[in-house]
Design a protein around this ligand. Structure first.
Ligand SMILES: Cc1cc2nc3c(=O)[nH]c(=O)nc-3n(C[C@H](O)[C@H](O)[C@H](O)COP(=O)(O)OP(=O)(O)OC[C@H]3O[C@@H](n4cnc5c(N)ncnc54)[C@H](O)[C@@H]3O)c2cc1C
Length: 399
């Protein structure tokens, strides 16, 4: 079986065009993996680059042009994603692009698609996904935020937690109970709200995993009914179209794992106690393990991407398998970084730590297994989709 992708001459030509454009346009900022450490100039550069990519249609290459996508083929999309993955531009990401837009595409009215999708897919706005509450994380259906209908508008009150990215939001994609009398899962609405609406307060949170997360308070936030995505009580199903992607179902195309590359380069050059590190057979063995795990993750991502794009097979447990592998991978990576770099893996000062101190972040990130669903929740989903749980579950609608 051949797991790799193969390209035609035309696609290789297109790759050169993409590469040339990226070389001329990718901002040369040192984008720290930890959002809290990014300078304002770096963030601005990343946001400008996101807009440039969006204008070219390369933020959402195979989405329809009428909604702000590039209208390109799947093969061209893969080439763009592969080339992008070679640059340190991950922080240009907008949660609206990866998580909000797919749900709007499935559940929005034609008018809503034309209103919300072009600015998201062209990189003009940033949207945060605001689902989690202090008492509703894994058990999201028990959320308490209320959206009461007053005859002309919804009035939203409640609190969300662990929300956001380093980039301030223009819109908030959120869930609230619209019918408290209705049964669980059929009592929620999904809304897209301007982030500057009166009554929205955003309070930064300091997390071990780094910056850009917040608590959000809704205090009598008035929302027009045309900002409700799906029906009044369709919110649970709308959210599933987002969570399906967030739980790994979207897959991803990456050409290589930058951290592994950096670590291998370091291993070849570095010395410990005067001896080349490359003579240490234990470390060599650990790096081989890491390389294999990273390749498995890359192939899981590719499989999910292929399943999502071609729809030739219904997505089952594969998304959560991919997500679970990623979570285990980051714990393994943190352990191996400690073994290879020694105590310097724990410091971010470039004076002491190799590779500009950027790898320290991975020690903290490994402790953060919750985002996008905890490992236990990924296992619950896998069990349900394998048919070995009390409830049997199939994938939500996904684009
Ligand atoms: C860095 C970071 C970024 C985040 N970004 C966002 C964001 O942008 N938007 C957003 O809406 N949310 C975001 N979250 C929230 C994230 O989705 C939640 O943290 C996650 O869903 C878990 O919820 P919780 O923290 O309430 O933990 P809980 O649900 O309280 O879980 C606590 C523990 O109990 C376990 N557990 C719970 N239920 C079960 C079960 N049924 N079976 C087995 N074990 C179980 C969990 O695995 C976990 O170990 C973010 C979180 C982090 C840490």
């Amino acid at each position: 079986m051949d797991f790799e992708l193969h390209y035609s001459e035309g696609q290789e030509e297109f790759r050169k065009e993409v590469w040339t454009w990226l070389e001329a346009n990718v901002p040369r900022f040192d984008l720290s993996s930890d959002g809290a450490k990014q300078s304002m100039a770096a963030r601005q550069g990343a946001a400008d680059f996101r807009r440039k990519l969006g204008t070219k249609g390369w933020l959402a290459p195979n989405w329809p042009k009428e909604y702000g996508g590039g209208g390109l083929s799947l093969a061209e999309t893969i080439v763009i994603d592969e080339e992008l993955s070679q640059w340190d531009v991950a922080s240009t990401g907008d949660l609206g692009l990866s998580l909000g837009a797919p749900a709007i595409m499935v559940w929005g009215t034609e008018e809503q698609k034309k209103r919300f999708l072009p600015p998201i897919l062209k990189g003009e706005i940033t949207t945060w996904q605001c689902f989690t509450e202090p008492e509703a994380g894994s058990d999201l259906a028990s959320l308490k935020t209320r959206a009461e209908w007053n005859g002309s508008e919804y009035v939203i009150n409640g609190q969300k937690i662990f929300i956001g990215s380093p980039f301030p939001p223009d819109y908030i994609y959120t869930l609230a109970v619209t019918d408290p009398e209705a049964p669980r899962h059929r009592n929620i609405g999904a809304f897209i709200i301007p982030a500057k609406s009166p009554g929205v307060t955003i309070q930064p949170l300091k997390l071990i995993a780094g910056g850009g997360r917040n608590t959000i308070f809704y205090d009598n936030v008035r929302v027009s009914p045309d900002q409700l995505i799906g029906g009044k009580t369709d919110g649970w199903r709308v959210a599933q179209s987002t969570l399906e992607v967030e739980h790994g179902g979207g897959g991803r195309v990456v050409a290589r794992d930058q951290v592994v590359d950096d670590l291998l380069a370091y291993y070849k050059e570095a010395k410990r106690s005067g001896k080349p590190l490359s003579r240490d057979s234990h470390i060599k063995e650990r790096l081989v393990d890491l390389y294999i795990q990273s390749e498995i993750g890359r192939l899981f991502g590719l499989r999910g991407y292929w399943m999502r794009a071609t729809k030739t097979r219904l997505v089952g447990y594969e998304g959560s398998q991919n997500a679970l592998h990623g979570k285990k991978y980051f714990v393994n990576l943190a352990t191996i970084l400690l073994e290879v770099l020694g105590p310097t893996a724990l410091v971010d000062d470039p004076k002491w730590a190799p590779l500009k101190g950027n790898l320290e972040y991975y020690q903290r990130f490994a402790a953060c297994q919750h985002q996008g669903g905890t490992p236990e929740i990924q296992k619950v989903i896998i069990a349900r989709r394998m048919g070995v749980s009390r409830t049997r579950e199939t994938a939500a609608a996904m684009v």
